[in-house]
Write a protein that binds this ligand. Structure first.
Ligand code: SF4
Length: 90
């Protein structure tokens, strides 16, 4: 498990292998702007691979849907903070 977390070659198939949403229609994670997405966030919170999913979504720059319990704006914010941190320490 640890080696999988550290792998540079983590794939979405690796993430979904143990995902809580393995049997859930993907449409559930793509609510319209008018819909609240609290149900999706709560669903992701109990997922054993939430952080891997979040990392993949940020790394892949996905600008839509709920991944890892965060919406696209929240993922962009996390990505920006990570970039700024890396620039600051380099
Ligand atoms: S964090 Fe959410 S979207 Fe990601 S794999 Fe888990 S349940 Fe699915």
């Amino acid at each position: 498990m640890t080696s999988l977390l550290m792998s540079r070659y983590l794939t979405w198939a690796d993430v979904y292998e143990n995902a809580a949403c393995k049997e859930t229609p993907r449409g559930f994670f793509f609510p319209t702007n008018e819909e609240p997405w609290k149900a999706q966030v709560a669903f992701c919170r109990q997922c054993p691979v939430r952080l891997r999913c979040l990392k993949m979504a940020i790394d892949d720059g996905l600008n839509y849907g709920i991944f890892g319990g965060l919406n696209a704006r929240q993922r962009r914010d996390k990505s920006r903070v990570r970039r700024e941190y890396l620039q600051d320490v380099s």
